[in-house]
Design a protein. Structure first.
Length: 159
C-alpha cells in the first residue's frame, strides 16, 4: 500500500510543493527586514569628502533636509565648474514617503546591493523599503559610474 502511494503522482506533487515552499521561504527572507535610512544624518553626509573628490564634484551647492509632507524629503547637490571639463554634478535625494512599487519593475535593472533599482541614463532610483521610500542618484558628469556611486550610498544608508 505504501509503495502504491509513493508511485502515485500525488506523492510527487506533494514533495514538489514542499520543496517549492522551502525555496520561496528562503528567497523571501532576503532584504525584507532591512531598510535604507538617513538615521538622523544629513543627506549631504552620504558621501565622504574623499568620495566627493573621487567623483569629481566640488562643494555642496544646494541642500534641503527634512522638507515636504511629514518632513520626508531630503536632497543634496554637489557641483563643480571647470573651464576644461565643464560642469560636473551629483544629486542625491531621499524620500521616505514616496511609493516605490515602480522601482525595478519595468527596465529590469540589476538590483543595487540587493535593493530594487531602476536606471534611466545617469539617474538611478533605489527602493529603500518594501513599499515606501526612494533613494535617487543623478550622476550626470561625475567621474565614476552611477552603479559604483549608488553602491557607496546604499552601503552608507543600510541599516
Amino acid at each position: 500500500m505504501a509503495r502504491s502511494w509513493l508511485r502515485s503522482g500525488a506523492a510527487w506533487r506533494l514533495a514538489g510543493a514542499a520543496a517549492l515552499l522551502v525555496m520561496v521561504a528562503g528567497c523571501s527572507s532576503g532584504r525584507a527586514d532591512k531598510l535604507l535610512v538617513l538615521d538622523g544624518s544629513k543627506v549631504c553626509d552620504v558621501f565622504t569628502p574623499a568620495q566627493i573628490l573621487e567623483y569629481g564634484v566640488g562643494s555642496v551647492s544646494n541642500e534641503a533636509n527634512n522638507t515636504g509632507p511629514e518632513n520626508a524629503y531630503s536632497s543634496c547637490v554637489w557641483q563643480s565648474i571647470s573651464s576644461v571639463n565643464g560642469t560636473r554634478g551629483l544629486t542625491v535625494s531621499f524620500d521616505n514617503m514616496q511609493l516605490n512599487d515602480w522601482v525595478g519593475d519595468k527596465n529590469e535593472t540589476e538590483p543595487v546591493s540587493g535593493y530594487r533599482a531602476s536606471l534611466a541614463s545617469d539617474i538611478m532610483s533605489i527602493a529603500s523599503g518594501p513599499d515606501f521610500g526612494v533613494l535617487t542618484i543623478d550622476s550626470r558628469g561625475a567621474k565614476k559610474p552611477i552603479r559604483e556611486i549608488a553602491e557607496a550610498a546604499v552601503a552608507r544608508l543600510e541599516k
